[in-house]
Design a protein around this ligand. Structure first.
Ligand code: ZN
Ligand code: ZN
Length: 122
């Protein structure tokens, strides 16, 4: 579960799961993509299966202690903080009702056509 940083910027949300890099106009689109297009993640602490990406981070930080998380995912305080920031950013932007709707009728694939914003200056 490394390299899961989600990048939010003017152009939208980028899936940072290794080897992906798809960009989505909405955070709901990104999360639906992670649930439907990526293999599930098996929690290294409790063996539960969770969708990769945001949900895996959320599970790791909310279901387990920071100490467990660091031990099982060979992270450190900085890695935990980075993931907490990801959770905060997603939670701020996320409309759970929209995500639920996306996942319920599997329209997530339609969002794959989101065009990257050509203006990427930071
Ligand atoms: Zn992806
Ligand atoms: Zn777990």
């Amino acid at each position: 579960m490394r390299a899961l940083r989600l990048v939010s910027c003017m152009s939208g949300w980028k899936c940072a799961i290794a080897g992906c890099g798809s960009t989505f106009g909405t955070v709901e689109g990104l999360l639906a993509h992670q649930v439907t297009d990526h293999d599930a993640h098996t929690c290294e602490v409790c063996d539960e299966t969770i969708p990769e990406g945001y949900f895996a981070i959320k599970h790791g930080l909310e279901e387990h202690t920071r100490a467990e998380y660091v031990r099982y995912y060979d992270g450190d305080a900085a890695a935990v903080r980075e993931r907490e920031e990801v959770l905060d950013a997603v939670n701020d932007a996320l409309d759970p009702a929209v995500l639920k709707d996306l996942l319920s009728d599997e329209r997530a694939n339609a969002l794959d056509t989101t065009e990257p914003d050509p203006v990427t200056t930071k």
